[in-house]
Design a protein around this ligand. Structure first.
Ligand code: HEM
Length: 231
């Protein structure tokens, strides 16, 4: 999975840092979040629900991939000890050569972005009013008052998601413009220029990637059915 160095360790090279599933899930978020907003604003509830379930599937895939994906996709790799994050902010780490994927701060921002999106999607599953349009597939599992409260929080919490995305974009622009790190290109191609000795990730086994896609898709489909008992 996280194989040995792709290129020789002898000099600067383009190391593979992001596998296709991390990139695919990332650019899906970029398309899906504005689409979720647009469908809600225009009362396209059928599409809001469908796209929300797609987003649930993509999020489930990314979370699962955080445990079984290649090195740079794993939570265990990019959620570093608090002391390391502090040392990073104080400029006491050596620089890009010390990590391959997310830097020590970017790791926690990744977790935060995934969790706020998950919270928002999860609330959507229980939200809605049957007499006033669409309901989430898990709405029957809670009472009317609870669903009303969840719906209100779901509407307001969207701006929390937007806040996290704004911070994320500000950080990406800062790294691109000030620190001259080509992060966006790396999230598109999967590769970035790396100092000598930096090990990239190896090829992802297709069977594992396919199993992750099927499991995440199956989970979203089961939720879409109202999470019926499995026995
Ligand atoms: C809806 C909007 C967005 C969301 C929810 C979002 C979310 C995320 C998440 C969760 C990650 C972590 C990647 C992973 O490990 O899975 C990430 C990384 C990244 N995102 Fe976004 N993103 C958004 C928009 C954008 C846009 C518009 C750009 C640039 C044009 C961008 C550029 C990047 C880059 C360069 C990284 C890698 C950062 C690093 O090297 O540590 N993102 N984003």
């Amino acid at each position: 999975m996280s194989g040995p160095a792709e290129a020789g360790a002898g000099g600067p090279h383009r190391a593979k840092v992001w596998d296709p599933l991390v990139r695919l899930s990332h650019w899906s978020f970029v398309v899906l979040i504005p689409a979720m907003w647009w469908t809600a604003e225009n009362s396209e509830w059928g599409w809001h629900k469908r796209l929300g379930l797609v987003l649930l599937g993509v999020l489930s895939l990314r979370l699962l991939w955080g445990f079984i994906g290649p090195r740079t996709a794993r939570f265990g790799d990019f959620l570093r000890a608090p002391g390391t994050v502090l040392a990073y902010f104080r400029g006491k780490l050596g620089g890009e050569g010390e990590w391959v994927g997310h830097n020590p701060a970017g790791g926690y921002s990744t977790l935060a972005l995934l969790l706020v999106m998950l919270a928002q999607v999860s609330m959507g599953l229980f939200a809605g009013d049957p007499f006033d349009g669409m309901t989430g597939p898990l709405r029957p599992l809670v009472g009317v008052m609870t669903a009303d409260t969840i719906t209100e929080i779901h509407e307001t919490f969207f701006w929390v998601v937007v806040g996290f995305i704004a911070l994320h974009l500000a950080a990406v622009i800062y790294y691109e413009a000030v620190k001259r790190q080509r992060l966006v290109g790396a999230m598109v191609t999967g590769r970035r220029a790396a100092p000598a000795g930096t090990e990239g990730i190896g090829a992802v086994p297709w069977a594992r990637a396919l199993a992750a896609v099927l499991l995440a898709g199956g989970f979203a489909w089961w939720i879409a059915q109202g999470a019926p008992p499995l026995t």
